[in-house]
Design a protein around this ligand. Structure first.
Ligand code: C5P
Length: 236
């Protein structure tokens, strides 16, 4: 499985396939709400039929029974990775996993990842609006522990939280990290960014990369470069 996930932050099918046609080999892509809601579910099989792997980033959060049924349907689409909000609680996360097991095609179910705290949530929002006390970091670790005890496969987190999660939760618990930029790239709207080298050194299992690849004049070259770093031994 590729360790570099390209965020397909496009709003039309045409843009997606113009972009993917520039790759000679299959890649791992992330489809979010924007693309799915504008193109419909058909885009998933069109991308799958071309051999690509898919992280379907829909961040489910609902009552356990609904999430279980939704996950059963998502598993039948044969996607490779899906996610839920850890804030939905242990029972919801366990139900999500059961739904994936029930709906999977063949032996393999999609990997199930939890979103801990959205990076747009500041400590102030968390304390005053969501009424969760303490630091964001403590909440992230405690939600990651919940996700691990519900037997999920990992969490979405920032590169800065990766080693802490591996230390406090489990070395084998997967960390999927966005906010990646090559050294000379613009940071755009991302507040905290890391290079693929740092992500690799800190132990990220997957990096999610959008604009550094999608806006590049040579997307395949940039993708291969990042993938090489992510797959390299640690003495880089
Ligand atoms: O273009 P860029 O590399 O910043 O895109 C990052 C992708 O990762 C986007 O799809 C963004 O929504 C997603 N993401 C993020 N930060 C999070 C969670 C997801 O940037 N905390």
């Amino acid at each position: 499985m590729s360790k570099t996930i390209i965020a397909l932050d496009f709003s039309s099918e045409r843009e997606v396939f113009d972009f993917l046609d520039r790759f000679k080999k299959p890649v791992f892509v992330k489809i979010g709400m924007e693309l799915l809601y504008s193109c419909g579910l058909g885009i998933i099989s069109s991308i799958k039929n071309r051999g690509h792997q898919i992280f379907l980033d829909l961040k489910l959060h609902d009552i356990p029974n609904t999430v279980r049924a939704a996950m059963r349907n998502l598993a039948s689409l044969n996607v490779d990775m899906v996610n839920v909000h850890a804030m939905g609680g242990l029972e919801m996360m366990r139900a999500a996993l059961s739904g994936l097991e029930e709906g999977k095609k063949g032996d393999k179910r999609p990997l199930l990842i939890a979103v801990t705290m959205l990076t747009s949530t500041s400590v102030d929002i968390m304390n005053r609006e969501l009424r969760i006390q303490g630091s964001v970091e403590d909440t992230v670790i405690s939600y990651a522990k919940n996700a691990h005890s519900a037997r999920l496969d990992g969490v979405v987190c920032s590169v800065n939280e990766t080693d802490l999660i591996h230390r406090e939760v489990s070395e084998k618990f997967l960390t999927v990290t966005p906010g990646i930029r090559l050294e000379n790239d613009s940071t755009d709207d991302q507040k905290r960014v890391a290079t693929p080298q740092i992500a690799r050194l800190k132990g990220s299992d997957f990096v999610v990369v959008g604009r550094s690849i999608t806006r590049s004049l040579e997307p395949e070259r940039v993708y291969s470069h990042i993938e090489e770093i992510m797959s390299s031994k640690l003495d880089i």
